[in-house]
Design a protein around this ligand. Structure first.
Ligand SMILES: Cc1cc2nc3c(=O)[nH]c(=O)nc-3n(C[C@H](O)[C@H](O)[C@H](O)COP(=O)(O)OP(=O)(O)OC[C@H]3O[C@@H](n4cnc5c(N)ncnc54)[C@H](O)[C@@H]3O)c2cc1C
Length: 211
C-alpha cells in the first residue's frame, strides 16, 4: 500500500567520505524522505552496513489521522523478524479474528494475529526505535537536485543535505516525485471508501479486550 521511490542517477557504491564535497551541505550516504511508521525498518541494516543515513520528515509529531488501524499478515512477520514487533504489540490491541458481515450475515471469517493501533502513536513508536536518533531531521524537503554522483536536497530551513541515494517515501505528497519526472499511474480511481466508528457495550460494562 505504501510507495517508495528511489532516486539516484548512479549505481555506484554509496560510500561518501568527509572530504567528498565542499563544506555546506550535510553529507550522507542515503537520505530517506519521510520518517513515517516504517522509519526504523531501513536504518538498522543500513547502519550495520556503515552507511550514514538522513531520515527527513516535515512533521515532528504525526497528527491524528484515520488510517492504518491495524498491522497484520506479512507486516507482523517482518516486524517480528527485525525484532521490532514487541514495541508495537505493547501499545496495541491484539486480535486474531476478522468478521466480514454483510446485511447482518457473517459472510467470511479470517484468522491471523493482528494488532490494532492508531497511526499517530504508531509513527511515534517507530521513531523511538530508530537505531541512530541523530539521523532524524525534522524539516521539509523543498526540492531534490539530482546529479551523476550526488543528489542535493534543499530544506525549508535553508539547510542542505547531499546524499548518494535518495529514497522518496512521501506518500500522497507528489510534488517532489513530479518535479523529478516521476509520474503517478492511477490503476483504479475511487478504489476504496473507509469509515470508522466507536463501539461500546450497551450495558455500560467494559469489553473483554483492551480498548
Ligand atoms: C482509512 C485508511 C485505512 C488504512 N488502513 C490500513 C491498515 O489497516 N493497514 C495498513 O498497513 N495500511 C493501511 N492504510 C494505508 C496506510 O495509511 C499507508 O500505507 C501508510 O500511511 C503509508 O503511507 P506512506 O508512507 O506512503 O505515506 P505517509 O504515511 O503519508 O507518509 C509520508 C511521510 O512523508 C512526509 N513528507 C511528505 N512530503 C514531505 C516533504 N516534502 N519533506 C519532508 N517530509 C515529507 C510526511 O510528513 C509523512 O510523514 C490505510 C489508509 C487509509 C486512508
Amino acid at each position: 500500500m505504501s510507495q517508495v521511490l528511489a532516486c539516484a542517477k548512479t549505481n555506484a557504491n554509496l560510500t561518501v567520505g568527509a572530504g567528498d564535497g565542499p563544506p555546506g551541505p550535510s553529507w550522507r550516504n542515503v537520505a530517506i524522505v519521510a520518517a513515517d511508521w516504517r522509519a526504523p525498518l531501513q536504518p538498522p541494516s543500513s547502519t550495520r552496513a556503515g552507511y550514514k543515513i538522513a531520515l527527513i520528515d516535515k512533521r515532528a509529531v504525526y497528527p491524528e489521522e484515520f488510517r492504518v488501524e491495524k498491522l497484520g499478515g506479512q507486516q507482523v512477520d517482518i516486524l517480528r523478524r527485525l525484532g521490532l514487533l514487541d514495541a508495537f504489540a505493547r501499545e496495541a490491541c491484539s486480535f486474531d479474528t476478522v468478521l466480514n458481515i454483510r446485511r447482518g450475515k457473517v459472510v467470511d471469517v479470517s484468522r491471523s494475529l493482528s494488532y490494532g493501533l492508531h497511526y499517530g502513536p504508531m509513527v511515534a513508536i517507530a521513531r523511538r526505535l530508530i537505531a541512530d536518533p541523530s539521523s532524524l531531521i525534522v524539516d521539509q524537503v523543498l526540492n531534490v537536485t539530482p546529479s551523476e554522483g550526488l543528489q542535493r536536497l534543499t530544506l525549508a530551513s535553508g539547510n542542505q543535505v547531499a546524499a548518494r541515494l535518495v529514497i522518496l517515501a512521501t506518500g500522497m505528497a507528489g510534488a517532489i516525485p513530479y518535479s523529478l519526472g516521476i509520474k503517478r499511474r492511477v490503476i483504479v480511481e475511487r478504489h476504496s471508501l473507509a469509515f470508522g466508528f466507536t463501539i461500546a457495550p450497551a450495558d455500560g460494562t467494559g469489553f473483554a479486550f483492551p480498548p
